[in-house]
Design a protein around this ligand. Structure first.
Ligand code: HEC
Length: 99
């Protein structure tokens, strides 16, 4: 009797364990799509972009241009924004990080 109860308990725990870990995976997948986790470099690029690139015009959404389009634009705008090459690269990498 004791053994049976014990086995049942373990089986139950295993099943619970399986179903809850499955739920966890699903939640994580949803989160991964919505949550944008920025590396420190990307966060710096975002900050530089927001502080330097919205002075003369509204900030353009990163989605508005492809990687190939952003490259010459960022080069052209670097001169207007008077940012260093390193800052330009951070801005560029931030703008194209999902491409
Ligand atoms: C000194 C003012 C000024 C600053 C600072 C500036 N821009 Fe611009 N930007 C302009 C002007 C003027 C235009 C429109 C004329 C042109 O395309 O040169 C423009 C146009 C753009 C366009 C549209 C380009 C296209 O081809 O349609 C984008 C995108 C853009 N800027 C991004 C940026 C980014 C990124 C930065 C920061 C690195 C930045 N801008 C900083 C003045 C500025």
């Amino acid at each position: 009797m004791k053994i049976k109860v014990g086995t049942g308990l373990i089986l139950g725990l295993l099943l619970m364990g399986c179903s809850s870990s499955k739920k966890t995976i699903e939640t994580t997948e949803v989160l991964e799509k919505k949550q944008v986790v920025l590396s420190s470099e990307q966060a710096e690029g975002k900050m530089l972009y927001e502080n330097n690139c919205g002075k003369c015009h509204a900030l353009f959404s990163a989605d508005k241009f492809s990687k190939e389009q952003w490259e010459p634009i960022v080069l052209r705008m670097q001169k207007k924004a008077r940012i260093t090459d390193e800052q330009r690269d951070l801005v560029f990498n931030y703008l194209v990080m999902n491409k």
